[in-house]
Design a protein around this ligand. Sequence first.
Ligand code: FPP
Length: 225
Amino acid sequence: MENLKHLAIIMDGNGRWAKEKGLTRVKGHEKGAEVVREITTYCASVGIEYLTLYAFSTENWKRPKAEVEFLMKLLDKYLERELTTYQKNNIRFETIGDLSRFSKALQKRIASTKEATKTNTALTQVLALNYGARDEITRAVVKLCASGETVSEAAIEKHLDTAGFPEVDMLVRTSGEVRISNFMLWQIAYAECFFTETLWPDFTPEELAKLIEEYGQRERRYGGL
Ligand code: FPP
């Protein structure tokens, strides 16, 4: 899609969705993972080049141990099960965030999924895993200082986890919360932001299509006139 190369989504509301239905929180995450697949294949089908999804933040470790463990298992199962979806739809899998805190087995699954899909050329799906924008920028600055290069915007960008990705054009957050929560602070500098009341497990390609239409009607000036 010519004017929408990179879409980023803060997937929020899994817990509330489950609670409303009298289910345990993890059922919300399970349904949320299905929505990840639907939204990803939709984005590939309409020619979006990059889709970044906030799957696990640097703050999410504070959740109860059982929920954290469930999310780790869900991610592992998702990557295993969806490999055929990545291949069938020509989707490349990538991540941003500090993977070193994950178990060796999960790191291996992540690496092998990247390896298996690295030559796919339609959409790149980027999962933000143990991701926080301040952490990302800090790690980038540490690498930049160690390299001895002169500090510039381009030099910082080169050391971010998103190096080589186009900047974010459109940001969506579900579930009615109107905040950024330490997500891609550098990359959303000129992004158009959309906040919907819909809880992530209820989010659909149809609703995304409507938001994309609205995006197309916004005038982007990047500080100019
Ligand atoms: C927010 O809901 C969602 C998360 C913390 C994680 C996102 C995870 C998924 C969508 C499912 C797994 C994803 C993959 C890629 C397998 P919340 O728990 O904060 O909801 P609440 O604010 O209503 O409690």
